[in-house]
Design a protein around this ligand. Structure first.
Ligand SMILES: Cc1ncc(COP(=O)(O)O)c(C=O)c1O
Length: 456
């Protein structure tokens, strides 16, 4: 059976049925999946891998439609950017008008300054803005800027965080190390050990020992970087920890960066800075800011952003990029942010209300039926955690449920709801209350499938 690494004889009735159903109705995707694998070293964005990769042909509002014409409720959210859902009119018309005028000039268009103003107006922490093409580029430039401005070498990250694909971001807490004093190791081959050992510091998430470590290393520490809401651990009760972190960074003269690549323009229009009322020194954005076009943004106080221009005798860093600030991305971003800004009083309360309702109903169902799972959510971003225990960090997640988790998402797909392979789910403004009801039903039906097959 293509793509399945579980033997058929080990599968329960529902698990066999969902595989057969999905295989039968996705013949075109199956064909492409086997063809694609011959020439692709790695298929980027592997959203679904069981029973085989599913290929999307089009997207509209809360739905994705695959090559065989099957329609799924989309909880992928494009990995976060699609706060307004798929193909929102505001972005579509901005992109269409720009395409008529050309989409890549090299020489800047007026779009950069316009989008920069929208970002600046969204947050009191932003004096200046610099554009690049992805969240990873943004964090890479931000780390460089912090090292240049402070003259210090070390950047600190938290366990369970994700900041992109460059060497300084790809370190993780060594699972063998102590929860409160984590050591770090590179994530994947090809990254020299010296990066994690000498140039980065791993801090424990939601653990006040992080503050002691910052005090201890302050003379070498250029910046502390945090996702104010971690995608691996979405929750909003981080206020106290984040305010404590702001205080200790100021006390130690260490820069504080909020990585708002996911949370910016999603948790609130002004991101987590607005939600928690905190002013970081530097902020990175991506995803939603481009309205679905590739984008990264470094933003922050003039003092730190001076490192891009060299103004006021600040040591200047090298930054650039062929496609950085390209007119099409700027148009998509302006279309999205203007719509979000003009409708923020409706959009953000709606996202919180529906996200909370979805989590509450699913969690009540799990509790009533003794299912060891909890849907964690921070407004519209969510992650189903198996194991039944409360977690403070994704390090605390019980990994023994991994097989069940994979099976869960396969069944959910059978009930026409698609969640990305990283198992982080997003709803959007296009997900109407009726669509949310369907998601709740699909989750409940999926739990029931697994229970009757003996998984739970
Ligand atoms: C918090 C955070 N920072 C940085 C990144 C990297 O962004 P990109 O995938 O656009 O390079 C991500 C991506 O998911 C992210 O969630």
């Amino acid at each position: 059976m293509p793509g399945t690494n579980t033997h058929q004889k080990d599968l329960g009735e529902n698990s066999l049925a969902v595989r057969n159903k999905l295989i039968e109705r996705t013949a075109r995707s199956e064909k492409i999946a086997s063809k694609g694998q011959e020439v692709l070293a790695q298929e980027i964005v592997q959203t679904v891998d069981l029973p085989h990769q599913i290929y999307i042909d089009s997207a509209e509002g809360p739905y994705l439609i695959d090559l065989d014409g099957n329609r799924y409720i989309d909880l992928t959210g494009g990995f976060g950017p699609n706060v307004l859902g798929n193909k929102p009119k505001a972005v579509e018309s901005a992109l269409s008008s720009q395409i008529k005028k050309g989409w890549h000039y090299g020489i800047p268009s007026e779009g950069q300054a316009h989008l920069a103003e929208l970002i600046k107006d969204s947050s009191p922490s932003v004096d200046e803005v610099m554009f690049c093409n992805s969240g990873s580029e943004a964090t890479m430039f931000a780390f460089r800027a912090a090292r240049a401005v402070t003259g210090k070498r070390v950047v600190a990250l938290f366990d369970g965080s994700y900041h992109g694909i460059h060497d300084y971001a790809l370190i993780r807490a060594d699972s063998k190390s102590d929860r409160s004093t984590p050591s770090s190791i590179p994530l994947g081959a090809g990254i020299p050990d010296e990066v994690s050992k000498d140039l980065m510091l791993m801090l424990p998430y939601r653990d006040e020992n992080a503050f002691e470590l910052i005090r201890q290393y302050k003379n070498d520490l250029a910046m502390v970087v945090i996702e104010p809401v971690q995608s691996s651990n979405p929750r909003l009760d981080n206020e106290e920890f984040l305010h404590g972190l702001r205080e200790v960074c100021s006390e130690c003269e260490v820069l504080l960066m909020f990585d708002e690549v996911i949370t910016g323009f999603r948790i609130e229009y002004g991101g987590c800075q607005e939600y928690y009322n905190i002013k970081p020194d530097l902020i990175t954005y991506g995803k939603a800011v481009g309205g679905g076009m590739p984008i990264g943004v470094v933003a922050g106080s003039k003092q730190v952003m001076n490192s891009f221009s060299g103004a006021e005798e600040t040591p200047a860093i090298f930054a650039g990029g062929t496609f950085s600030g390209n007119p099409l991305t700027m148009a998509g971003g302006i279309g999205a942010l203007e719509y979000l800004r003009d409708n923020k009083e409706t959009i953000y309360p709606y996202l919180h209300e529906q996200g909370n309702r979805l989590a509450k109903e699913i969690n009540e169902f799990c509790k009533m039926n003794n299912i060891p799972a909890k849907l964690m959510n921070a407004g519209s971003m969510m992650h189903l955690i198996f194991g039944g225990e409360a977690v403070d960090s994704s390090r605390d997640i019980d990994r023994s449920y991994y097989k069940i988790e994979r099976e869960f998402y396969l069944h959910l797909l059978g009930h026409n709801v698609i969640v990305p392979g990283i198992h982080l789910a997003f709803i959007s403004y296009a997900h109407t209350p009726e669509v949310i009801d369907k998601i709740i039903d699909a989750f409940k039906n999926t739990f029931e499938d697994l229970r009757s097959d003996g998984y739970l």
